[in-house]
Design a protein around this ligand. Structure first.
Ligand code: PRP
Ligand code: URA
Length: 212
């Protein structure tokens, strides 16, 4: 579904709404939280990759020869540590042969600015499609830094996949990275004075890894 935000695609689906509700519920336990994130990531992976390029190949069924297809684009997944890790398996369920890079960023709780601690991504080809994964787009500081790094490493086609986005975060990415399309499963109201998304789901990393 198109929203009034440029470059933001909200996945509007009844199954998404149910799983987002599970994530929001403070009573949801870690195991259920993780499995809901995985299902939402499956759906995002399918929606984001609708337009993937294919090449035709020959295939022989038990009965006759026919035409089949294989992907003609390389997809590289890049989760932002820690919380982005929770989305990787859901994407790999759908696109099993992706290479995976990692970007380590942590928000300073006072300044809300991202601090970098780890970067490693696979060698990118000219036409590699990079999908940046982070469940939360809050102030947008972390996503913007990650996108700058990916571009420095030569990424030309980048999509940002998140679960919950704030208006503030979308605006920042639209302004600083107008070439990047964002896909999300929820668009929330606003940020509180500590940079948390409202109504949100709390701290995605803590809820995924049980570090509350
Ligand atoms: C969370 C989240 C994003 C970031 C979003 O990570 O996973 O990376 O905050 O906030 P922003 O849009 O304001 O930058 P956090 O820094 O809490 O690290 P963690 O995943 O290790 O818990
Ligand atoms: N990071 C989170 O994990 N949750 C928020 O609401 C904002 C940033």
């Amino acid at each position: 579904m198109k929203t009034s935000f440029k470059n933001f695609n909200l996945i509007d689906h009844p199954l998404v709404k149910c799983d987002i509700t599970l994530l929001r519920d403070k009573k949801t336990q870690t195991e259920i939280f993780r499995s809901a994130v995985r299902r939402l990531s499956n759906i995002l992976a399918i929606e984001i990759n609708k337009g993937l390029k294919l090449k035709e190949i020959n295939v022989e069924t038990p009965l006759e020869k026919t035409t089949g297809y294989k992907l003609d684009e390389e997809i590289v997944l890049v989760p932002v540590l820690r919380a982005g890790l929770s989305m990787v398996n859901g994407f790999l369920d759908v696109i099993p042969d992706c290479n995976v890079g990692h970007i380590g960023l942590q928000r300073n709780e006072e300044t809300l600015l991202p601090i970098e601690y780890y970067f490693k991504i696979p060698k990118l080809k000219n036409n590699s499609k990079v999908i940046l994964l982070d469940p939360m787009l809050a102030t947008g500081g972390s996503a913007s830094e990650a996108l700058k790094y990916l571009k420095k490493k030569g990424a030309k086609k980048i999509i940002f996949a998140c679960l919950v986005a704030s208006p503030e975060g979308i605006k920042k990415i639209n302004k600083e990275h107008p070439d990047v399309k964002i896909f999300g499963t929820a668009l929330d109201r606003e940020l509180d004075n500590k940079g948390y998304i409202l109504p949100g789901l709390g701290d995605a990393g803590d809820r995924t890894f049980g570090t509350l």
